[in-house]
Design a protein around this ligand. Structure first.
Ligand SMILES: Cc1cc2nc3c(=O)[nH]c(=O)nc-3n(C[C@H](O)[C@H](O)[C@H](O)COP(=O)(O)O)c2cc1C
Length: 127
């Protein structure tokens, strides 16, 4: 069954930005991306792809520990108690620099050195 579906998909389709957390040797490391970039590359059933321009520490962290967590949110999606929903997305992440995915990222984002590919395992609503 698809992991990115229903409300989780709606939030991915409307989030302004994405917070991305990896685990470093000295604690958590947070970086960002734009919801519009995520949508430009297509929201898969279980996979999210982001253009990697830098993400140097993120890459080092993922090489040691590939666990990754993302937070997406949108006021345009209704939550349980009113307007606004957010989702915590958990899975594994990898920076890839060659292959078909990278070619499609570079076609849209020529400045990208590669792609951050997230294999989604779990999506949890927050509100
Ligand atoms: C809203 C937002 C969008 C961003 N988009 C990108 C992006 O598309 N690609 C990227 O490499 N860094 C992006 N960044 C910068 C990263 O958060 C990060 O500072 C930078 O890539 C360095 O990552 P590192 O600390 O893992 O080396 C964005 C930051 C924000 C706040």
């Amino acid at each position: 069954m698809a992991k990115i579906e229903g409300i989780g998909r709606e939030v991915c389709e409307t989030t302004e930005f994405v917070a991305i957390v990896t685990q470093g040797e000295d604690g958590p490391h947070v970086v960002g991306n734009w919801g519009g970039y995520l949508r430009a590359l297509g929201i898969g059933e279980d996979t999210l792809v982001f253009p990697a321009g830098h993400y140097v520490r993120t890459e080092q962290n993922l090489c040691r520990n590939n666990r990754i967590e993302l937070l997406v949110a949108s006021k345009a999606v209704r939550g349980t108690h009113g307007p606004g929903q957010g989702c915590l997305i958990r899975g594994t992440g990898e920076i890839v620099t060659t292959g078909d995915i990278v070619a499609s990222v570079k076609a849209k984002f020529p400045w990208a050195r590669g792609a951050l590919v997230v294999r989604v395992e779990e999506v949890q609503t927050q509100l």
